[in-house]
Design a binder for this molecule. Structure first.
Ligand SMILES: C[S@@+](CC[C@H](N)C(=O)[O-])C[C@H]1O[C@@H](n2cnc3c(N)ncnc32)[C@H](O)[C@@H]1O
Length: 284
């Protein structure tokens, strides 16, 4: 179920001023251990920490993600890829690609003349992404070029992509990092290029939010353990999600980077996305 959310300027400004408060409140809750992990590491937005976290999760992430999301993750990725009109042969950047899960949805759309670059900071995630890429190449799909790098400092040329897509890759960034990320996306997109960035979110309704957060904080770590993963690592995903809230918190950063941006909500706000484009003429 998808609905466009018309975010008025006033609402957006109000929410933007709430972003830092919300972030601080989440950090406070974490500091006192109110958010399920007794002591969240103080540097949990440090790219090195995040890279190591996903290196450790790489072996189990695919299964846990599939089972714990009841298939929603796959459906949301598909919706993320289809939220923009990607033509055959397009040049696409999949940011925070993980094991190239979103590429699975992108490749049939771009066809064999497309050019897909998949970027991730975690060497282990990249290793899995390369394996998948080789498999797809043997099946006649276009080649996915996997780049191991920090999305906050992309080693990619200015204006070199028609589309930037990402699924479940925003939550591990703190608000100041989101601003840098937005500028990087604006830099690598060509004028007129579009983006669609989806993230799991805290639904606005308390009726849904309470069981949903319980599920994220308590049940997913158990599922992680079941698949022989480290439950503490999976608990971190709940901590990041809680602090992230939803994509509205990142909207102003994208507008400030010169990108025309709106927010989409999926399944009663359990996932949200930033969708938009880089204007042909820079915003005055
Ligand atoms: C939750 S996974 C999402 C993976 C995949 N896109 C999906 O749909 O499941 C988040 C990914 O973001 C990557 N990541 C986090 N911070 C990053 C950064 N600064 N630069 C590049 N990748 C990053 C992590 O390594 C991890 O693979």
């Amino acid at each position: 179920m998808v609905s466009d959310i018309a975010v008025t300027r006033t609402t957006r400004q109000n929410r933007a001023t709430q972003t830092d408060d919300r972030f601080a409140a989440s950090a406070d809750r974490l500091a006192v251990g109110g958010c399920s992990r007794r002591s969240a590491p103080p540097d949990y937005y440090d790219p090195q920490f995040v890279s190591q976290l996903f290196d450790e999760m790489a072996r189990t992430y695919g299964f846990v993600n599939l089972v714990s999301s009841f298939g929603f993750a796959r459906r949301w990725r598909r919706q993320c890829a289809r939220a923009v009109a990607v033509p055959t042969g397009a040049r696409i950047l999949d940011l925070m690609t993980g094991m190239a899960e979103l590429c699975h949805e992108i490749l049939p759309i771009v066809g064999d003349t497309g050019r897909v670059t998949a970027l991730d900071i975690s060497p282990e995630m990249c290793r899995h992404a390369r394996e998948r890429s080789s498999f797809w190449t043997t099946r006649g799909r276009c080649c996915v070029d996997v780049v191991q790098a920090n999305a906050l400092d992309c080693p990619l040329d200015e204006g070199s992509f028609d589309f930037v897509l990402s699924s479940f890759g925003l939550k591990t960034f703190a608000p100041p990092q989101i601003e840098i990320l937005a500028r990087e996306i604006a830099r690598v997109l060509r004028p007129g290029g579009q983006f669609s960035l989806l993230e799991i979110s805290v639904p606005p309704s308390r009726v849904l939010a309470v069981p949903y957060l319980f599920y994220l904080h308590r049940v997913i770590p158990l599922i992680g353990r079941l698949f022989l993963g480290n439950p503490e690592n999976y608990r971190m995903l709940g901590i990041y999600t809680n602090a992230f809230g939803n994509c509205c918190t990142a909207l102003d950063a994208f507008e400030a980077a010169g990108l025309r941006t709106s927010m989409k909500s999926y399944f009663f706000g359990c996932a949200t996305a930033l969708v938009g484009h880089k204007p042909d003429v820079p915003k005055g």
